[in-house]
Unconditional design. Structure first.
Length: 697
């Protein structure tokens, strides 16, 4: 029984044996009679592990509330326990009767923040020489607390959180058994206003710089698509060897002689640290290949034992003959082009230790692709369970759990493209956890956690360290966090649909998936660095298409029809004539193509050749209201059939032919309404004008 403090005005609202967790779904073990659940009367520790489901990316220590240091004082201890009970159980009958309404705490992590703020407030009071307990404080003291916090250099957001905590205590005072300074220290002001925190709605989350994003996504895809088969093959082979390995070295001499008698068997050696190094036998792996547990490699190590010396000599003789391999677990590896221009395997040799490192890199690569291209939060990626890919509205999607801003952990779906399906399959294949896809590989405990930040950093380090063999681009070691990828993908799909991404897949393909996954509008705001990067990339794509048209035209192929096409052909003819006059080559043509003002906007139904700065003859601008600040044609009013700038390419004709047949079908169907038939006839006239322009009518 906890003794009553002299400062208490009344007994607490909660009994000492009352569970802290009420009205929430408990884990099965916490529902058993006598289960160790935290109770209000526990003054040392509230441990929520095994009581409430912990997010997969939250460490077990974050699921505990320790009443340590300043909170060991009975006054502060009781005050903290009461405030946390009020925040965690807003629907408790006693709380409802008290009339106190607080912003609820959604998880034990929030309770830990409450405890931390109370602890630092008590520490501040001791430093300033205030009374030990707040029953003798005034609201002026609370205001001074915030003033001192700001003076110490705390960020506005941190100050705002402390202000919010003091305001919460003021609101909770009627339900507390201990005294607290009466009244809101800042009536009529929000915590943001008091802290002078910016109310600007511009999102603070930065994007991943394109100089980092592209090589990182390329590297992740290379590991998943190109290197994963080798790593998984080595993993299977290693597991098979360990499963049949004998625990005793009995009979190893006969087995060694039999093994060496087969010329196809090669002695496993460590990957050389540098060129020219003598091969070093991997004795543990050799022991495993012979059919014995790796720990029995000592059968070769003691040169004072005649038997062991004989075995060692036999192996070293085979090494001297050149019967060695650093790829004993994998066989031949995938070939890559390295930075020096040579071609060879992507890894010097995957032994047991290198295998563990490669599997870790493979998991980190899968995490990078999923967090980079799905717009999932870090917590949602960690919650992905086995067999996560499902069909959601006839489209592949990841099934996972939403954590942020909710206590009931609803299931959600995130639409994805094929590369992520492959990445998840690889991550699932190497996961040691019975349920989760992303889990530690070096620790078998089911409650072990991973950090998304650490996985990203480790993958960047691993890729950069192995570039000499893999041939991958160097990844700048810039500041990157999982939530930055969500922001980057939201911006890309909003601002640059149609741009090509690093893996060679069209971003518009991923955009269809990512845009359907919810994100705030702020996440889609443009980014200057990306705008410049992709602006240049799109200009290069446009030039390649113009160059392709030029080459086809000079080869005598038809490149387009209509008045716009004729102007483009005239420009190409002038360039070809200039190249001939200068006795130039393809490089001369490229230079002229870049310097000549050839205006082409490539489209689905036609190409527009209007000059943006002076769109003379553009039918789309006839009788149109041009928005303020708009420059160039109005795409939504395009008239391919009668515009002087229209260029109908051969690639457009099948679309018009198909559309013509569809309109004829509607016109010839008796049940088609008259108004719909009239519209189809007008559409048919437009189509026929286009086809006539192309000589198809």
């Amino acid at each position: 029984m906890i003794e009553t403090l002299p400062q208490q005005r009344r007994p607490p609202l909660f009994r000492d044996d009352e569970p802290v967790v009420q009205g929430r779904s408990l884990l099965p073990g916490a529902r058993e009679p006598g289960a160790g659940v935290p109770r209000f009367g526990d003054t040392d520790l509230w441990n929520f592990n095994g009581v409430l489901k912990r997010p997969a990316n939250v460490n077990a220590s974050m699921w505990k509330i320790c009443f340590s240091l300043e909170l060991e004082d009975p006054y502060w201890n009781l005050l903290a326990r009461e405030l946390m009970m009020l925040s965690f159980n807003q629907r408790h009958p006693a709380v409802l009767r008290s009339g106190v309404v607080l912003a609820g705490a959604s998880s034990p992590s929030t309770l830990a923040q409450i405890a931390s703020r109370l602890r630092t407030t008590a520490r501040w009071a001791h430093t300033k020489g205030l009374p030990a307990h707040p029953d003798a404080w005034t609201v002026d003291d609370l205001r001074q607390r915030i003033t001192d916090l700001a003076a110490e250099g705390a960020s506005p957001d941190s100050v705002m959180n402390h202000v919010s905590g003091l305001k919460t205590l003021a609101a909770a005072a009627p339900a507390l058994s201990l005294p607290w300074p009466t009244g809101d220290p800042w009536p009529g002001q929000s915590a943001r206003q008091v802290a002078r925190a910016s109310s600007n709605q511009t999102l603070a989350t930065p994007t991943v710089p394109p100089t980092t994003w592209f090589p990182l996504i390329r590297a992740a895809w290379a590991y998943i698509h190109d290197f994963a088969p080798d790593i998984l093959r080595a993993d299977r082979r290693h597991r098979e060897l360990k499963e049949v390995a004998r625990p005793s070295s009995h009979g190893i001499d006969a087995r060694l002689e039999e093994w060496l008698a087969d010329p196809d068997n090669k002695v496993p050696v460590h990957a050389p640290a540098s060129d020219g190094d003598d091969p070093q036998v991997h004795w543990a792996l050799l022991t495993l290949l012979l059919g014995y547990e790796a720990e029995l490699y000592t059968a070769f190590s003691d040169i004072k034992s005649p038997k062991k010396l004989h075995r060692r000599t036999l192996v070293l003789d085979a090494v001297a003959e050149g019967r060695t391999t650093s790829h004993a677990l994998t066989g031949e590896l995938a070939q890559v082009v390295r930075p020096d221009g040579t071609t060879g395997p992507w890894h010097p040799g995957i032994g047991p230790q290198a295998l563990l490192e490669a599997k870790t890199a493979l998991r980190d690569a899968a995490f990078t692709l999923v967090v980079g291209l799905s717009m999932m939060r870090d917590s949602e990626v960690h919650e992905i369970l086995r067999d996560p890919v499902v069909e959601h509205y006839n489209t592949p999607a990841i099934a996972s759990t939403k954590i942020k801003g909710t206590t009931n952990r609803p299931g959600k779906h995130w639409w994805i493209a094929e590369p992520l399906v492959e990445a998840l399959a690889v991550a699932e294949a190497i996961s040691r956890h019975p349920e989760r896809v992303f889990s530690p590989l070096r620790v078998a405990r089911e409650d072990a956690t991973l950090g998304g930040v650490e996985m990203l950093a480790a993958f960047v380090t691993f890729v950069n360290a192995g570039r000499e063999w893999t041939g991958l681009d160097e990844i700048p070691t810039t500041y990157i966090r999982p939530h930055m990828f969500r922001r980057t993908m939201a911006m890309l799909t909003d601002q640059f649909p149609g741009s090509e991404i690093a893996t060679g897949i069209q971003l518009k393909h991923l955009a269809k998936r990512a845009l359907a996954n919810a994100s705030t509008r702020g996440y889609a705001a443009s980014d200057t660095e990306w705008a410049e990067y992709l602006g240049d990339a799109l200009d290069n794509v446009k030039f390649r298409r113009i160059k392709d048209l030029y080459e086809r035209h000079t080869a005598g192929e038809e490149i387009g029809f209509g008045p716009g096409a004729e102007r483009v052909k005239d420009a190409f003819d002038q360039i070809a004539a200039t190249v001939t006059a200068r006795n130039g080559d393809a490089r001369t043509a490229d230079t002229l193509l870049r310097t000549t003002r050839i205006h082409i906007r490539f489209g689905m139904l036609n190409n527009c050749t209007a000059d943006h700065t002076n769109p003379v003859g553009a039918a789309c601008l006839e009788n149109a209201i041009v928005p303020d600040g708009h420059i160039g044609p109005l795409d939504e009013r395009c008239r391919p059939d009668r515009c002087a700038n229209s260029m109908i390419g051969p690639e457009h004709l099948p679309i018009y032919d198909s559309h013509q047949r569809k309109q004829l079908q509607l016109i010839n169907t008796p049940s088609t309404p008259a108004c719909r038939r009239d519209l189809a006839e007008r559409e048919l006239d437009t189509i026929r004008n286009v086809l006539k322009m192309a000589g198809q009518q």
